[in-house]
Design a protein around this ligand. Structure first.
Ligand code: UDP
Length: 385
């Protein structure tokens, strides 16, 4: 086997998992991370004032039904069971999300059984919308005007900075609607958070003699010192934005402190348009196994806005204009040998952590296979769509 020198750009989950697999297969990995820490946006750190494990770039809850992904993570971290629940403030009252029977009964001041609630909403939802073409139509056909206005319209306008009629229906499809009292945000078989946080997990994945980690290292596209590059940064940035900038949302956090338990839940969403933040996270609730050891509490108000060139991108916006631009970047990438694009930013898709890991495992196999067969690896393992 020829030992390749592979440059990996970005020490998030995608870069780390691919790097580890390549190193185990006998290749040498130079992992370049421009921030001062690994784990990308799932980075966690101890808050110096309270000792609480802080999700610095917003809430990250690992959930999956994928056995392979779960087993893989458990090789590197002790995963603590964690069941995510979300509280929503809407029209001056408190509810549970996703919309479930309790939410419906409280919102409409009713005592419906599941079938009564179904019948009730059937008369309120827009049954004429058969194939919802956008977020708003998806919401109206699923739940009707009142619930949509109560929980989704304001939050979505704040989160995406766009009218929900401009946004794809797929964003809302992330959330279920239930006619029982199940208020779990996710229903996957495995839901957990690494006991020591995501950064410790990624550090362990990267702890291999054939991986050289370089933090605060900016990658230049002109760098020719690698046999192959795996790029998990924004695809438009790789090409120096020559075809334009793809739109992303970025987040700002306003951190504040409290004593004890300030909000009683990890995440409270503020669904109205008047409150400028989208949600408040109380970090100690992400680690219930150690929560009571911390007297102080650290909280973050989360604000979403358009991502400017010097900001950290979080969410790909993926509107029609972006789609056309993305297609042109994909053509460029396909015509650029020596680099494979991976992850949320490399493929400009709104994917969860478990999907990132599953795709990274697949990408590593393809890369290892290509190297063994002396064939050039493809530009994408998962094509942006
Ligand atoms: N959403 C909303 N109100 C809420 C929660 C979610 O309108 O209280 C919408 C919003 O458009 C959001 C999408 O549903 O972007 C998906 O929510 P999810 O919780 O999956 O978002 P994430 O945690 O990835 O930001």
């Amino acid at each position: 086997m020829t030992r390749k020198i592979v440059g990996i750009v970005g020490a998030g989950l995608s870069g780390a998992v691919i790097g580890r697999r390549l190193a185990e297969a006998g290749h040498r990995v130079i992992l370049m991370e421009e921030r001062s820490h690994v784990a990308g946006n799932c980075h966690t750190e101890r808050d110096p004032r309270t000792g609480v494990l802080l999700h610095r770039y917003g809430p990250h809850i690992f959930h999956t039904g994928n056995e392979e992904v779960w087993r893989y993570l458990c090789l590197f971290a002790e995963m603590e069971p964690y069941r995510h629940r979300v509280i929503a403030r809407a029209q001056g009252r408190i509810y549970g999300l996703p919309v479930n029977l309790l939410t419906i009964n409280q919102f409409f001041g009713q005592t419906f059984t599941p079938s009564e609630a179904r019948d009730f909403l059937d008369n309120r939802r827009r049954r004429d919308i058969v194939e919802p073409a956008n977020f708003e139509q998806q919401a109206l056909s699923m739940m009707g005007e009142d619930l949509y206005r109560g929980f989704f319209r304001g939050y979505t306008l704040k989160q995406w900075g766009r009218d929900p009629t401009e946004l794809p229906a797929s964003i809302l499809k992330r959330l279920p609607m239930r006619f029982d009292y199940d208020d779990r945000y996710f229903t996957d078989k495995y839901q957990a958070i690494p006991k020591e946080g995501y950064t410790a997990l990624v550090e362990r994945i990267l702890s291999h003699p054939a991986i050289e980690l370089q933090v605060r290292r900016k990658f230049e596209t002109s760098d020719q010192s690698f046999d192959h590059v795996v790029y998990s940064g924004p695809i438009d940035r790789y090409f120096c934005f020559q075809l334009g900038r793809l739109e992303y949302r970025t987040l700002d956090f306003e951190t504040f402190y409290a004593k004890g338990d300030a909000q009683g839940a990890a995440v409270v969403n503020y669904c109205d348009l008047e409150t400028p933040w989208t949600r408040i996270t109380e970090h100690k609730h992400f680690a219930p196994w150690e929560r009571d050891q911390h007297e102080g509490s650290v909280l973050s108000k989360e604000f979403s806005r358009r991502c400017e060139p010097s900001d950290i991108p979080y969410y790909p916006v993926r509107l029609v204009a972006e789609q056309a631009m993305l297609n042109r970047y994909v053509e460029r990438a396909d015509a650029t040998p020596g680099v494979t694009f991976v992850g949320r930013l490399g493929t400009y898709r709104y994917i969860d952590m478990d999907v990132c890991i599953a795709e990274a495992l697949r990408a590593a196999s393809v890369l290892i296979g290509s190297f063994a067969a002396a064939k050039p690896p493809p530009a994408f393992i998962e094509k942006p769509s």
